[in-house]
Design a protein around this ligand. Structure first.
Ligand SMILES: [Zn+2]
Length: 331
């Protein structure tokens, strides 16, 4: 069981308490990053009639929680709460009729509570028509309603939708945070002598079945070529032109850079617990260097996502220069 991203919980709790929570929220996180758990927690909190505010030891900020006891909480637990709607896709696609069902739901007066909530898991599988119908709702929000969208791929949502929602991006944990999560899971599940618990944990993080490189053969091949260029650039200082043109050409490239780097770091932290065989150790690189690279990639990724007009060529060139200075400071 993965923990809910504490940082986002604290942030959302504060907004909930100050009444500044946005009426439309996107939670973005790769499969296994706790994105569903965060959305579930938020919906339960919005539904609850007498929420609690809890401050854990060693923490200064309180987190709000549903009480779990009130009428609304009990009905919700029984999947019988009338003022919440879950918009799940059939046929692997969320169509315009689904969104219209959501709009009709929002137009009715709340039956029991004071707010109405809609949860849309897998928002990335909305059709263009559905996305446009949703856009209308987001432009003219109804009173006391909250829409929570979950996605693993922000790039496949219309930018106009993203710009009308408050965005919460859950980044996979790395480093010490990952190790402490492992400690938590190890205390629940026995670790066998082959370290298979650790493998299970890796599986949790890399179960990215929604991602296009795992479902589309052409994208997969593109990803493999990209991976090769990136590693060649990192470890050998070669393939720079190749890598830059791949960064410019693929809309997935910044996410891929983040993913590959993150996986290398995970491998390092996880393997270190067993034996020194990770790529970082093999290449005799410092994990500190890798953490710096990861930060540089996240910064570029944010830049690309926050400005639709951001020039990929420019961002890519700057990023490669930064990585080069981190890896080979003397050159
Ligand atoms: Zn309650």
């Amino acid at each position: 069981m993965l923990q809910i991203c504490r940082e986002k919980q604290v942030q959302l709790s504060r907004q909930y308490q100050d009444n500044t929570l946005a009426h439309a929220v996107i939670i973005q996180g790769i499969e296994g990053s706790g994105q569903n758990a965060l959305a579930k927690w938020l919906i339960e909190l919005l539904i609850c009639q007498s929420p609690l505010s809890l401050t854990h030891p060693h923490e200064s900020e309180a987190v709000s929680e549903a009480c779990g006891q009130c009428k609304a909480c009990l009905l919700n637990k029984a999947d019988n709460y009338p003022d919440h709607l879950l918009l799940l896709a059939d046929n692997k696609m969320l169509g315009v009729d689904d969104i219209r069902r959501g709009n009709a739901f929002l137009e009715k007066t709340a039956q029991l509570g004071t707010v109405k909530t809609i949860l849309i898991p897998q928002a990335q599988i909305m059709t263009v028509a559905a996305a446009n119908a949703l856009l209308k709702t987001l432009e003219e929000p109804t009173e006391n309603s909250y829409i929570v969208l979950i996605t693993d791929d922000l790039d496949s949502l219309l930018p106009t939708i993203v710009s009308r929602c408050a965005l919460y991006v859950i980044r996979p944990v790395i480093g010490d945070a990952l190790l402490s999560q492992l400690d938590v899971s190890n205390s629940d599940d026995a670790l066998d002598s082959t370290g298979s618990m650790v493998s299970n944990t890796i599986t949790n993080y890399v179960n990215l079945s929604q991602l296009p490189e795992l479902t589309d053969k052409a994208v997969y091949e593109e990803f493999q070529a990209f991976n090769k260029s990136y590693l060649d650039y990192l470890f050998n200082g070669q393939s720079e032109d190749n890598l830059l043109s791949q960064i410019v050409a693929s809309k997935h490239s910044l996410r891929w850079l983040e993913k590959i780097t993150c996986n290398i770091l995970r491998e390092y932290y996880l393997d270190n617990a067993i034996e020194q065989s990770s790529l970082i150790v093999q290449q005799q690189m410092s994990v500190h260097v890798f953490n710096q690279i990861y930060q540089a990639i996240i910064t570029s990724n944010k830049l690309i996502k926050s400005y639709q007009q951001a020039n990929r060529q420019f961002v890519g060139e700057q990023l490669l220069m930064t990585i080069n200075n981190i890896v080979r400071p003397s050159i």
